[in-house]
Write a protein that binds this ligand. Structure first.
Ligand SMILES: Cc1ncc(COP(=O)(O)O)c(C=O)c1O
Length: 394
């Protein structure tokens, strides 16, 4: 078929966004192919290998014949293990029927928004925030309503602004703590105050807690643990970040059964099910030894301090010390050059791949997101290159 015969895309496609990390990664790889050395601070994935016991469980499962279709909601053993595991850290009693296993945490977002949101609805989401939230809200036809997450509030959610953004059209509130891209953290008191704000108003909460195991000092608290919230919320979690399993594609939802059934139905329509041998690897991840999770979090803590201290020594850069996840979100002060141009130049001329904060929402426009999921040596090299590059920017 010639290009002129190409069918029109569906109009909703014009509303679908993307994730700039994948775009910048592709550009960085091109530069590397031309012989440049690039320090990669754009990628949102642990640089550690998947722990050996998990790899072995996946390989064994392949050999044992876990290579067929399975139930759309997930293998019963894994759903049970996820329910038991989430009870341990949420202090709740979860029925395995509330658990749906998916190929990554992202499909939980995609399916939940497709299942709940449409034109006429308003959806509150963190800004700066994970770009797929806004992308999917817009795609569904609902109105995205950003809730500012600002450095002056230590990147915690601003409860007053949240309250002021709620209308009688608010259908869904998306929370993310610890957060991508800011590393911000909502406290137990925040979660309780938010629960009080939404309960009784028909507002459902999707809480993205994929970074819950990477926190520095505080205790993670899920809004789903607040009494009464279980019926009004969906927990979105996964194995990518906690167990360095990004490429395996394994995540899950814990939701009221009426929604869990709908998500499983969407899964039947889309993926059929999650790869069975991957689920068996996930079973080992949550039931096996947890030392590697703790070791990774400890190393991330050391890198966080190294990066924050290094960035704060650069003129016109100010960096908040994140309380979770493996990102920093430093602000640039007093540059005339737009942030996107600085990020482009930093990559092509400075040899550092970083993401402009504008890719995370209107409130991220004066910042960069840097991932510290890289070796200490590379992080120091990246900071030194950044310092040199910024010294020449107007
Ligand atoms: C906040 C947040 N939620 C969800 C995801 C998606 O995780 P997964 O790889 O399990 O789909 C990411 C990945 O970067 C993320 O940062």
């Amino acid at each position: 078929m010639s290009a002129t015969m190409r069918p029109e895309l569906a109009s909703a496609m014009a509303r679908l966004g993307t994730e700039s990390a994948f775009v910048v990664l592709a550009k960085a790889r091109q530069l590397e192919a031309q012989g440049k050395t690039i320090v990669h601070l754009e990628i949102g994935e642990p640089d550690f290998d998947t722990p050996e016991n998990i790899v072995e469980a996946g390989v064994k499962a392949l050999r044992d014949g876990f290579t067929h279709y399975g139930p759309s909601a997930g293998l019963p053993d894994l759903r049970e293990a996820i329910a038991a595991n989430s009870d341990m850290w949420r202090g709740t009693k979860t029925d395995p029927a509330e658990v749906v296993v998916m190929p990554g945490a992202k499909p939980v977002m995609f399916f939940t928004i497709l299942a709940l949101c449409e034109a006429g609805d308003e959806v509150l989401y963190p800004d700066p925030g994970f770009p797929i939230y806004e992308s999917m809200i817009s795609y569904s036809g609902a109105k995205p309503v950003p809730v500012p997450i600002l450095p002056e509030n230590n990147f915690r959610i601003d409860l007053d602004r949240l309250r002021a953004s709620i209308t009688d059209r608010t259908k869904l509130l998306i929370l993310n703590s610890p957060s991508n891209p800011t590393g911000g953290f909502n406290t137990r008191e925040d979660a309780e105050a938010i629960a009080e704000m939404v309960m009784g108003k028909g507002i459902f909460v999707m809480t993205d807690e994929v970074y819950k195991d990477i926190i520095y000092g505080q205790d993670h608290f899920s809004i789903t643990s607040v009494p009464g919230m279980r019926d009004h919320s969906i927990l979105l979690d996964g194995f990518s970040k906690s167990y360095a399993m990004t490429g395996w594609r394994l995540g899950y939802a814990v939701a009221p059964t009426w929604l869990a059934e709908v998500l499983a139905q969407l899964q039947t329509n889309c993926n059929s099910c999650t790869a069975a041998f991957v689920q068996m690897a996930g079973l080992e991840a949550i039931t096996g030894p947890q030392d590697s999770v703790k070791a990774m979090a400890k190393e991330f803590l050391a890198r966080r301090d190294l990066v924050v201290d290094g960035l704060n020594e650069i003129d016109q850069v100010s960096c908040h010390r994140p309380e979770g996840a493996f990102y920093v979100f430093p602000q640039l002060e007093g540059f005339e050059t737009p942030i996107n141009d600085i990020a482009d130049g930093l990559l092509t001329d400075g040899g550092v791949a970083a993401l402009a904060g504008s890719a995370f929402g209107v409130h991220g426009g004066d910042s960069f997101r840097l991932s510290f999921a890289n070796s200490r040596e590379n992080l120091l090299e990246g900071i030194s290159r950044m310092k040199n590059y910024l010294a020449g920017v107007a």
